[in-house]
Design a protein around this ligand. Structure first.
Ligand code: EPZ
Length: 429
């Protein structure tokens, strides 16, 4: 376990380059197993989840050559295994995307039931419903999901719940199913579009990604492709919210503003100034912010992954803000930690009442997942005095060089091991 020592009373200022999208990368990497030829991927974020995915691919038999920090050459030619290594898969939930891609490649897949995490229950009933509709026999025993399909056949599938994971998994499986698949009530996130673009570059026939209905005509063979992963809108939004929360002035670069419209709108509602250019956005908050209600929804709504940083911003906004978490049942694990820093927040089910205008004070707090970890670091930057953020390995899972990027914006952050000795960031070369 490692922790950050963070000095407070900081206003972030300067420019920050946004890395490639974690949630696009962890969907595109499992898709590589569909190809029989070389694949080149770039703009991959150098984060723990991507490194784990790379290990899983190598363990399956894909040979991988790093081309610089954020690019890979992958050769999936001699794939043989249908079961990604258990000890790797258990490290990250998104490894369950190998269910869809291995089923598409081999007609078989053996993947451990994904672990939960601190976001409340995370069922996979919609994934399994879709795989069954496509012709897979599913047997769950001893913690493993074993799937077999003599032949995957296109189907008309209506998702009961808008699910990014189920949409990714079913797009992967249906890409190789015989005939047409229609997926309805699917997730419309930019990461779904990015995956569809990559699969189509490999020869898939996918239409409608980014809308409620995706139509897929299955193909037998996938050829090689080159693909650059889209920028990480959640990382970008994290820095935008941090800039406003600390009364700073930050330019986030290498972003797609369209993907950040909900964050831009919410920031302007609180009184922050947001200047949008074609590939970068400047956020500044010279004056005190005002309260604003925040509701999370699937894209293009305000993303649930930015609800924890959004809550931290609202502790500094004068007045009462009501936060409604519509995506997960209980994604408020940052609240108790923020209350240790003096935040005045009351949680009732999926609603949190935030009494803004309170000055936070530095304290030892603990990250429970990567987004609440990022939120606590922002709170520590805003607070009076020094804070220690425990379990920062959560943050390393999804934010590339996070402390270095914040230091470059004027923060004072030191990474320490549990024993207390100072450590270089794990993200440094
Ligand atoms: C993805 O998780 C993201 N992960 C999460 O980001 C993100 O918080 C979440 O989508 C919501 O936006 C990746 O993209 C790797 P869902 P996922 O399936 O796919 C319910 C981060 O911080 N549901 O869209 O697991 C589910 O319980 C991570 O980067 C079912 O009921 O989320 C939830 O309430 C954290 N049955 C809702 O749907 C199912 O079969 C949305 O979940 C599947 C989901």
């Amino acid at each position: 376990m490692e922790n950050f020592i963070v000095k407070g009373n900081v206003s972030l200022s300067g420019n920050v380059k946004i890395s490639g999208s974690k949630n696009a990368a962890v969907a595109v990497l499992p898709a590589v197993v569909l190809s029989r030829e070389n694949v080149y991927l770039e703009n991959l974020p150098d984060i723990t989840d991507v490194r784990t995915m790379i290990e899983i691919l190598e363990n399956l038999g894909v040979s991988i050559r790093r081309r610089g920090r954020n690019a890979l050459d992958l050769t999936p030619g001699n794939l043989s295994k249908i079961a990604p290594a258990y000890e790797l898969v258990k490290k990250m939930r998104a490894s369950y995307y190998f269910m869809g891609s291995l089923l598409a490649r081999f007609g078989r897949a053996e993947v451990p039931i994904p672990g939960g995490c601190d976001l409340g229950p995370r069922p996979i009933d919609q994934h399994l419903k879709g795989f069954t509709a496509l012709g897979a026999d599913i047997n769950i025993e001893h913690g493993m999901i074993n799937m077999n399909a003599d032949k995957l056949v296109g189907a008309h599938i209506y998702l009961d719940v808008v699910s990014i994971g189920a949409t990714v998994n079913l797009v992967l499986a249906a890409s190789a199913a015989e005939g047409r698949t229609v997926l309805e009530n699917v997730a419309k996130e930019p990461e779904i579009v990015d995956l569809a673009n990559f699969l189509n570059a490999m020869g898939a026939k996918i239409r409608g990604a980014g809308t409620d209905v995706i139509r897929i005509d299955g193909v037998k063979n996938f050829h090689g492709a080159a693909h650059a992963v889209i920028p990480d809108r959640i990382e970008a939004g994290t820095f935008m919210l941090a800039a406003a929360a600390t009364g700073g002035n930050v330019m986030v670069e290498d972003v797609i503003p369209k993907h950040l419209e909900a964050i831009t709108a919410k920031l302007r509602e609180t009184g922050a100034k947001v200047e949008v250019e074609p590939e970068r956005i400047r956020v500044k908050a010279p004056d005190p912010l005002s309260a604003s209600d925040l509701k999370t929804f699937p894209y293009p709504g305000f993303p649930t992954d930015l609800q924890p940083p959004g809550m931290v911003l609202l502790t500094a906004a004068k007045g009462l803000s009501v936060i409604t978490e519509n995506v997960f049942d209980g994604r408020f694990n940052q609240v108790d930690e923020l209350k240790r820093m003096g935040a005045r927040i009351k949680v009732e089910g999926r609603t949190a009442l935030v009494e803004g205008g309170t000055r936070l004070s530095g304290a030892p707090v603990t990250a429970h997942d990567l987004r609440s970890g990022a939120a606590l670091i922002i709170a520590a930057l805003m607070a009076d005095g020094e804070s220690r953020i425990n379990a920062v390995e959560h943050v390393d899972r999804g934010y590339e060089k996070f402390e270095q990027k914040l230091i470059d914006l004027g923060a004072s952050i030191k990474r320490r091991s549990e024993a207390g000795q100072e450590k270089l960031s794990t993200n440094q070369d």
